[in-house]
Design a protein around this ligand. Sequence first.
Ligand code: DHB
Ligand code: MG
Length: 222
Amino acid sequence: MIKKDKWEAVDAYFDDKLHISDETTKSILDKNDAEGLPSIEVASPHGKMLYMLAKMRNAKTILEIGTHGGYSTIWLARALQKGGRMATFEADQKHARVAEENIAAAGYAGEVEVFEGNALDILPKLKKRDYKGFDFIFIDANKDNYPEYLEWAIEFSKPGAVIVADNVVRDGRIIDGETEEKQVPYLRKFIDIISEDERIEATAIQTVGSKGYDGFLLAMVR
Ligand code: DHB
Ligand code: MG
């Protein structure tokens, strides 16, 4: 078995044993696929990890930057405390439409608001929309803007808020200063900012699985 096949098989094993995927999460992946969205959703064990982290935080307000088709959105929405709500940002019009349909089908249209457009244009207006601060923030949109997303995430954080960012390892290219991958310099800048920022403490978790070798940045606002 080559490594990637083994990683996938282990993901499938835990998905089964730990009752991770269900009809709703599977139907979202099926719809995203049928609509031609790229298969860049978080792996199911990582979706459940996001759900569990947000639930452990007793999150009543969740912000997601990068909705894609709404897969991680639904995992996170399931963690919301009673009466809680979630704002999610998606720059791609088609992705936002697919996400809205998935969110409605999953029964979360009342809790989750999808903002279509560039998050950096909309985030400055969010306070006027009665979103004062968030308990949990997931950053997973275009990597070039991760440094700016981080600034907004901290701006909108309640004390003790948890910030998770996807794709900070990129097959190990995060430590390759010469890589051709255009996003990596922005991810490195994002890490450099966190490195210097006294407002937050952070760690990073490397992951393997059905999505290959990547990882999450996990931060907490003091
Ligand atoms: C890719 C993966 C992601 O999780 C993402 O948010 C963006 C891109 C990728 O593998 O290309
Ligand atoms: Mg991602």
